[in-house]
Design a protein around this ligand. Sequence first.
Ligand SMILES: Nc1ncnc2c1ncn2[C@@H]1O[C@H](COP(=O)(O)OP(=O)(O)OP(=O)(O)O)[C@@H](O)[C@H]1O
Ligand SMILES: [Mg+2]
Length: 402
Amino acid sequence: MKSVRPKAIVGAGPSAELAKLRTRLAEAEDTLRAIRSGEVDVVVVTAEKKLQMFTLEGAEHAYRMLIESMNEGALTLTAGKTILYANQCFARMVKLPLEQVTGSSFNRFLCAADQATLRPLMKKSAACGSKMQVMLKAGDGSLLPVQISVREVARSGSGRVTIGMVVTDLTEARRTEELLRALTQRVVQVQEDERGRLASELHDNITQQLCGVLFSSQALANKLSARDEPAKQEAVKLRDMLGKTAEAVEQISRNLRPSELEHLGLDAALRATGRAFAARTGVAFKLAFSPLTGRLPAEIELALYRIAQDALNNVEKHARARHVTVALAIPESVVEFSISDDGVGFNLRRQTAGGRGRSGLDLLGMQERATYVGGLLTIRSAPRSGTKIEVRIPLLPGVSAG
Ligand SMILES: Nc1ncnc2c1ncn2[C@@H]1O[C@H](COP(=O)(O)OP(=O)(O)OP(=O)(O)O)[C@@H](O)[C@H]1O
Ligand SMILES: [Mg+2]
C-alpha cells in the first residue's frame, strides 16, 4: 500500500508534528465519545474516494430549541398520563412553573368528563394519532379551550410506552367561530326581514290591485248581454285568469311570510304547505306530529318551517319521490324534526364542500337555520335510497311543548 505524507507536515519539526497529531487524536476521541453517548448525530459522506464524518453538534439542543420555541404546548407522558416532559408554552397555558408541571399527572388539568374521554384516546394513539377538544384547567382555576393531539412516540423493549402530546390553544379559533356564527345569524335575520317586507308589498299592493281588476272584470262580464256572447266569454276568461294570478301572488306572499305560522302554529302552517305541495307535485304528503301541548319558541318554529320549505323544494326539484313525510316529536326536551322522501337520493360526499358536486343554497341554508337555534342538522341519503333531513334542537330548561 502506498502511503503519502501529508504536505502540511513535510518540512515541520518533529515536535510540531507531534502536537498536531495529539490535537487530531483528542478531537477524534471527543467525537467518538459524543457519538457513543448519543449526544450528536453523525453524517457520513463519501467524497474523493474517502469517507468523511460530519457531526451535527448540538442536534439535541436544536430539537429542544424547536420544541421550546413552538407556539403550542408539547409534552411527553407515560401511558398512565404522568408528564415526563413539558415545554414552557404548556407551562404558560396552565399558568404554573415548569417544575410543578413535570412529574405530575396530566389529569389534574382536565375535568372528570374530559379525563374519561382522553382514556380511550390514549389507547387508540398507539395505532394512529388521534385528536380531541377539551377545556384545560389552569393552576389558577381558569379554563382554556384546547385541542390535544396524542401519538405514541416510543416503546421500550419491555413494552413501556411514551406518548407525545401537542396542545393547541383554540381561543382565537373559537372567537372566529363565534364571529362567523353571529354573521350567519345576522344574514338569516336580514333575509327574514326582507322576506317580510316583500310579502307585505305583494299583499298590500299587487294582490289588492289584482283583486280590484278581478271585480271589474266580473262586473264587465255581468254587464255584457247574452247577445254579445263571444265578448262575454272573453270577459269571463279574463276574470278567471286574474283570479288565478291573484291566488298565485297570494301564495308567494304566504310562503315569504307564513301568517298561519304566526297565528296557528307550525302544525297548521305545515299542513297548509303540504296540501299545496301535494296538489302541485302529485307527491303524497304526510304530517306525523306527536301531540304537542303548547307552542314551540317562535324562532324554532320559523327555523323548522323554513327547513321544511327548503327540503320540500328539493324533493320537488330532484327526488322523483312518491311519498314525503314531515315528522316532529319532543322526547325529553329535544325537538326531533325530520323530512323524509322515498325518491332517488344522492351521493352525500359529492355534495359537500370537498366533493365534485355543486352544493346549492338549500342544504347550506338548512344547516345554518338549525345552528341558528342551537340545533344540529343531519342529512342521510344514498342513491336510490331516498333522503332524510333530521334536525335535533335541545330545548332550554323551562321550555316545553311536548
Ligand atoms: N331530496 C333530495 N333528493 C335527491 N337529491 C337531492 C335532494 N335534496 C338535495 N339533493 C341533491 O343535493 C344537491 C344540493 O341541493 P341544494 O338544495 O343545496 O342545491 P340545489 O337544489 O341544486 O340548488 P338551490 O337549492 O340553490 O336551488 C342537489 O343538486 C341534488 O343533487
Ligand atoms: Mg335546492
